[in-house]
Design a binder for this molecule. Sequence first.
Ligand SMILES: [Zn+2]
Ligand SMILES: [Zn+2]
Length: 269
Amino acid sequence: MELALCSLASGSSGNCFLIKTEETAVLVDAGISGKQAAERLAALGVRMAEISALLITHEHADHIKGLKPMARSSGAKVYASRGTLRGIPFADELTDVQIFTPGDAFSIGDIRVRSFSTSHDAAEPCGFSFEAGSRQISIVTDTGCVTDECFKGMLGADILVLESNHDESVLRMGRYPWFLKQRILSDYGHLSNEAAANALLKLLRYEAEGWGRNKSRLVLLAHLSQENNFPEMALATMSNILGAGGFSEGSGLQLKVLSRTEPSPLYIL
Ligand SMILES: [Zn+2]
Ligand SMILES: [Zn+2]
């Protein structure tokens, strides 16, 4: 059974991921316009009407901007935590809503979904992992630190979408006001390049110590800041930290950066 992912957009100006099997298609977050989402889906041969669920990680604008038109045009059920739903200003205009608690697992068509809490300055934020057959895709973004729940959500993923938001020194020296720097750097902000790399290193070590994983893995660095990061820098930090820990990109591990403005290819497992 095939499981595939496409990043339609990833970053502070908008987030939207497509997850699909041959039978089922869902979107994670709706942070781009309905029109743009429809166009980007069409380029993959997917119609908005084929989307059966819109899963929302949290209520920040870069994750819900296009939710109303997308819910309307797709007719899809919106999945959100109670806190997230409360934080969505137009929630009462959404007609088909399924509330869950982060930690819950549920099925959408032939995709098994597990939700897990993230650590972010939102009401009740979460990440998701998706399984179909023996394939797994996990999405961990908008989290100030990798909690145990996030770590468990990452385990076993064939494709791991991992936030690599900023370089700490670029952020510290940059032009953002202090309160905003503090917010991003806090445990309830966003994951730095270094924190992302350390989380992945921990995961690889954990698996090497007996979880015996021999499958290959694609890691997609996500939600890069336009202001406080560069794709090359995110990749270099990741490679350096993994390298110092005895892991390198190669046979089993592939690293890529998701663009803020362009859709990614459709990655098929
Ligand atoms: Zn975000
Ligand atoms: Zn956010």
